[in-house]
Design a binder for this molecule. Structure first.
Ligand code: ZN
Ligand code: ZN
Ligand code: ZN
Length: 379
């Protein structure tokens, strides 16, 4: 989302939230928080790149070699001042110097760093701030400051996620032709990676191809296992679109002939997933959607085999807030986008998962991924 008006609103909202949380500044290093705030898709380097927001005008510190990349980003449109430092200079010290100009009074300050800042950078920043702005400066993790803003998507973001969903749907449409007995999981995964890029993604984020007994491990890494007749195969794939928004979709396939016991269990999973999607509505506690899927599987004796949460938010990250899991008591809000992906996993035998990306609209859940959800029998 490189629309300067959207980014400006994000920056303002973040600054307001910082002040409300009692923070003097929030320091954001390269990653999805930075991209969400200012559209700058910066490379994480050893040398510090850091956007500073909070009370006062936002500014960014970049190593000199990144000046052109920063200038090509929406930072200029946003009026964010760019300060660069040379090869022999110290990035954290420059951040501390600029903040010291803003804080001449030596009062206690709390500075939050984004949750994914490298520890070496966070500690270097802490040392520089205490040395320059006074020992009364505390450095802490931003924990949730931006997540709370990012988890409710704008209409433009929902459209971006719908485009990502359409792209991954197009890849799943090719899966049946790729699942040929005699191929290994790894061969299928390699072909799928090409398809993910061909469908419009700029990056492949993950490819799970889990056949037969391997399907009992939810995040199985594709290996040398050869596909055989009768295998259930979980295919869970996702990538990043040019605007940074992500896709994620699981379908379970089965090479003929299908074991009737597996088909019966999959039918329960299908119902559980559909009921969970139908349970999505603004105001519903997030854990309630998890409970819907879990109770249907439990009633069929598969509750113990459903070993993960029902869903995760998706946006510029594949996994972000909100989470549909036990203990998540906060309500769903219109504009939240998340996966609904119950599964069952039976070690030594097989497993299955059904995952859609769903937007919570004022009138209920609407699936953005649209491939058929019935067990897809191949051959
Ligand atoms: Zn997962
Ligand atoms: Zn997922
Ligand atoms: Zn997935």
């Amino acid at each position: 989302m490189d629309d300067p008006r959207v980014l400006a609103a994000n920056l303002t909202a973040a600054a307001r939230r910082c002040v409300a949380a009692g923070l003097s500044a929030l320091v954001v290093s390269p990653g999805t928080d930075l991209r969400w705030l200012c559209g700058y898709d910066a490379v994480p380097l050893v040398r510090l790149t850091a956007l500073v927001v909070g009370a006062g005008e936002p500014f960014i510190v970049v190593p000199r070699l990144e000046v052109l990349a920063a200038a090509a980003s929406p930072l200029g449109d946003l009026g964010v001042a760019v300060h660069s430092y040379g090869e022999g200079d110290d990035g954290p010290a420059l951040v501390a110097r600029l903040l010291n100009e803003r804080w001449p009074d030596r009062e206690p300050r709390t500075v939050a760093v984004d949750d994914r800042m490298w520890a070496v950078k966070a500690f270097a920043l802490q040392t520089a701030l205490k040395g320059t702005c006074g020992e009364a400066v505390t450095v802490t993790a931003a924990a949730g400051i931006l997540a709370g803003l990012r988890m409710v998507k704008s209409d433009a973001e929902v459209s971006a996620l719908a485009a990502a969903a359409a792209a991954i749907d197009a890849v799943h449409a090719r899966v049946p032709s790729l699942l040929q007995p005699g191929r290994t999981e790894r061969e299928v995964a390699r072909l799928l990676a090409e398809q993910v890029l061909a469908a419009g993604h700029v990056r492949v984020d993950f490819i799970i191809v889990a056949a037969g007994e391997n399907a009992a491990s939810p995040h199985h890494e594709p290996g040398d296992r050869v596909l055989r007749p009768g295998d259930p195969v979980i295919v869970d794939i996702g990538g990043t679109m040019p605007d940074g928004y992500r896709s994620d979709e699981t379908r379970t396939y089965a090479l003929a002939p299908v074991d009737p016991e597996f088909a019966a269990q999959y039918a329960v999973l299908y119902e559980a997933q559909q009921q969970a999607v139908a349970g999505v509505s603004p105001g519903v506690p997030r854990q309630a959607v998890d409970a819907i899927a879990r109770s249907r599987l439990t009633a069929a004796g598969l509750g113990e085999a459903f070993i993960h949460r029902t869903g995760h938010g998706i946006g510029l990250d594949t996994h972000e807030q909100p989470y549909l899991a036990v203990g998540e008591e906060d309500p769903l809000l219109a504009g939240m986008v998340f996966s609904v992906e119950p599964g069952f996993y039976l070690p030594g035998r097989w497993g299955a998962r059904l995952e859609d990306i769903v937007v919570c609209t004022p009138t209920g859940g609407r699936s953005l991924t649209l491939r058929p959800r019935e067990l897809c029998v191949v051959g």
